[in-house]
Design a protein around this ligand. Structure first.
Ligand code: NCD
Length: 353
């Protein structure tokens, strides 16, 4: 693996070896204090973040590496109109690995075309967030001992929730998962995710109610309604507060069910749930740091590419998704891929029509 842009970039074997390394780190952190000695991580956060930013930074520091970057793009040259390509070419001259979070979908993929060092997608708009998935799978494997055969409920904003999209991509690599997609109809998973699930013969039931399915679940993955992604504020108003997990609703859940959440939560899990032993979202955030340590120990130590392959120069955007990186960075090549037989933008996955 050279970059981590989409969880689909990892094979199950690669994931298993990443998890094995994360486990070794958790069991013996002292054995890894020099794993990234002399290595430097660039952290480009164009969008707010607490956990992802801090867990990447602490992961690198705990491996003996160092970190630079910004958490506020107004303090960088983007504010002067610099292109993503130029920023990445330059930053990848300073760093051994580049971690980036952006509001633009496909931005990490775009960056990877020009970077001399591995690029990690720490969240691109409402599209993907593969390192959150490494946190999620580490949590599930560590606490339930397996991922195969589980019944997983994904609840909330499945349309804009990038953590959900990446988790579904990852779970396609496991056997016999039963999904419950719990969302209001207008916040159901995007078409490209539905096509992906069909193509991979994933078993899913889409429902609008949470309570009726709780007793069947091994994992309940709650998500926040992603206010910042709504174009229509009224749509947000209609959907906010739609699912609220309370202690009482957990009465009918299995004893070993995990309540997970990528965090931050707004109101979708009441505070009284925190003390239930099934609530593991804060542990999940800590597992995320170990999973990121395992990832950085590999990526930050890869040889630098002196000359990335030349990339075709685009002229006009072919993708119509207003949040796609190709809508603002015109030089990007018009890359196309198939999702369920349909031509889609290779940056943001939106169908091309
Ligand atoms: C998530 C994100 O940024 O997508 N947070 C995180 O990385 N832990 C979820 C969210 O913001 O709701």
């Amino acid at each position: 693996m050279r970059h981590l842009i989409d969880f689909g970039d990892l094979s199950r074997r690669e994931w298993e070896s990443l998890y094995a390394r994360a486990s070794r780190i958790m069991d013996n952190p002292a054995g890894f204090i020099d794993a990234c000695r002399g290595r430097v991580m660039a952290s480009l956060f164009y969008e707010p973040s607490t956990r992802t930013n801090f867990s990447f930074q602490t992961a690198m520091l705990r491996l003996g590496g160092t970190v630079f970057g910004f958490a506020d793009p107004s303090s960088s040259s983007v504010a002067k109109g610099e292109t993503l390509k130029d920023t990445v070419k330059m930053v990848s001259g300073y760093a051994d690995v580049v971690v980036m979070r952006t509001p633009w979908e496909g931005a990490a993929k775009a960056a990877s075309l020009y970077s001399h060092v591995p690029v990690v997608n720490a969240g691109d708009g409402g599209h993907m967030h593969p390192t959150q998935t490494t946190a999620d799978l580490t949590t599930i494997t560590r606490l339930l001992g397996r991922v195969d055969g589980l019944s997983v409920g994904l609840c909330g904003d499945l349309k804009n929730g990038r953590t959900v999209h990446s988790l579904i991509k990852a779970l396609a690599k496991f056997e016999n998962i039963q999904f419950f997609l719990i969302s209001p109809r207008e916040l159901a998973v995007p078409d490209y995710m539905r096509a992906f699930m069909r193509e991979n013969n994933m078993r899913f039931t889409a429902v609008t109610g949470l309570e009726a399915v709780i007793p069947q679940l091994d994992v309940l993955y709650m998500t926040r309604i992603q206010r910042e992604r709504f174009v229509d504020p009224l749509e947000y108003e209609r959907n906010k507060g739609v699912y609220i997990l309370t202690r009482r609703k957990l009465d009918r859940a299995k004893e070993h069910m995990l309540v997970m959440h990528p965090l931050p939560r707004v109101d979708e899990i009441t505070v009284d749930v925190d003390d239930d032993p099934r609530a593991v979202y804060f542990e999940q955030a800590r597992y995320g740091m170990f999973a990121r340590m395992a990832l950085l120990a590999d990526l930050a130590n890869q040889p630098r590419l002196d000359r990335p392959q030349a990339v075709e120069i685009g002229t006009t955007p072919v993708c119509r998704n207003p949040r796609c990186i190709t809508r603002t960075e015109y030089y990007l090549p018009p890359l196309v891929k198939k999702n369920g037989g349909v031509d889609c933008c290779a940056f943001c996955d939106a169908a091309l029509d």
